[in-house]
Design a protein around this ligand. Structure first.
Ligand SMILES: [Fe+2]
Ligand SMILES: [Fe+2]
Length: 152
């Protein structure tokens, strides 16, 4: 039985970094729309990692990167809307973190599109660590406030 499980892993190029973009229960902020969006962000991260490890071309990786940027922007706008609507006191600081990440990812995206950089493990690691830290510190910080405002 154990061999069968092992065989399914043969040829999977991501096996060397198995935990990258894995969802963990301690990322949950327990607000449905936010957790769903965070999970989708991690899923796009996994797609990007898989495409990179499979040696996919620039066009395919570029399209996943586009989706990551679009989805991140949409997700940040959703959080910012909720925070503003309910007058979250740390809104400005939170938005500054979002803006800084978008700026960095867009700069990488334009370098990638112009052929000045390639998708590589350090880029994915940066993204993963940023997401993990931002969710576990900053997003989890607004969660009790929004939940007290009956945001579900
Ligand atoms: Fe978030
Ligand atoms: Fe956030």
């Amino acid at each position: 039985m154990g061999n069968v499980r092992l065989e399914t892993k043969v040829g999977v190029p991501t096996a060397d970094i198995p935990s990258m973009f894995d969802w963990k229960s301690d990322y949950a902020v327990n607000i449905g729309s936010i957790d769903a969006q965070h999970q989708n962000l991690f899923a796009i991260g996994r797609e990007l990692h898989a495409a990179m490890c499979a040696g996919q071309g620039k066009a395919i990786i570029g399209r996943i990167l586009d989706r990551l940027v679009q989805y991140t922007t949409m997700h940040f706008a959703h959080e910012e809307h909720l925070m503003q609507l309910h007058r979250y006191p740390d809104f400005a600081e939170h938005k500054a973190q979002h803006d800084a990440l978008v700026k960095q990812v867009e700069a990488f995206q334009s370098d990638f599109n112009a052929g000045r950089s390639t998708m590589a493990v350090p880029v994915l690691k940066f993204l993963k660590h940023w997401l993990e830290k931002h969710i576990k510190v900053s997003d989890l910080a607004y969660a009790p406030f929004l939940k007290a405002q009956k945001v579900a």
